[in-house]
Design a protein around this ligand. Sequence first.
Ligand SMILES: [Fe+2]
Length: 249
Amino acid sequence: METKTKQISRRAFLTGLGVTGAALGLSACCPMGSLDHKTKAIDLVHGNDANLFPVYDGTAYSKKDFSRLTQDTNLGLSPENISHHLGLYAKYVDKVNQSEAEMRAGEITEFGMKNLAFSLNGMALHDIYFSNMNSTKSKASKALAKAINESYGSFDSYYRNLTNIATQVKGWSITALNLLNGKLINYGTEDHSANFPNFVMPILALDVYEHAYTTDFGTDKNKYIDTFTEIIDWDLVSRRYDAMMMQYS
Ligand SMILES: [Fe+2]
């Protein structure tokens, strides 16, 4: 198995810390802090694909329309389940926008700081989760499949690790690019804002909070996890991986 030893670039490192191109002065076209400047910073991460990560317009994060999931009769998750869950996601977007506005106005409190982390991660992870579900079957790209094999030895081993984590935690099971070594890493959290490594960029998220599955599966969490693994949009996850690798290289 090939071992990747490339050192992380400064840009990727700082981007992983949430320091955007605007802060790095990567674009010389616009004054620091202008909308154009921030938009260019966002483009560094998104490319032209707004489906990959939360969208920030320079002022606030957008609520994305995931209603396709409520209309997908092959998803395995009911419209009631999805609709309720999307309502929670919308509240996270409102909360993080409120928290960021307070922070920029210099009004942030200790409670607000904690709320910012919880809401920002809650919004972003739900964005990733909803967008990486699709009943249309797809496969991981060659690049992603290679990365999975290099990181976990085999796809089966990777899958087993991801789902084992999902059964054991009460929050999220996540696949991310580890910016420190260029490998994929699975990790679990009990909370949006606790017990997660800093130097990673999530490319796939599985929500295992009870609100994600009890409407459809009661306490049968394993059945929900099995259902989720059947509807992972590997095409999108592959594009998300490509976008992160562009930052890494
Ligand atoms: Fe959730």
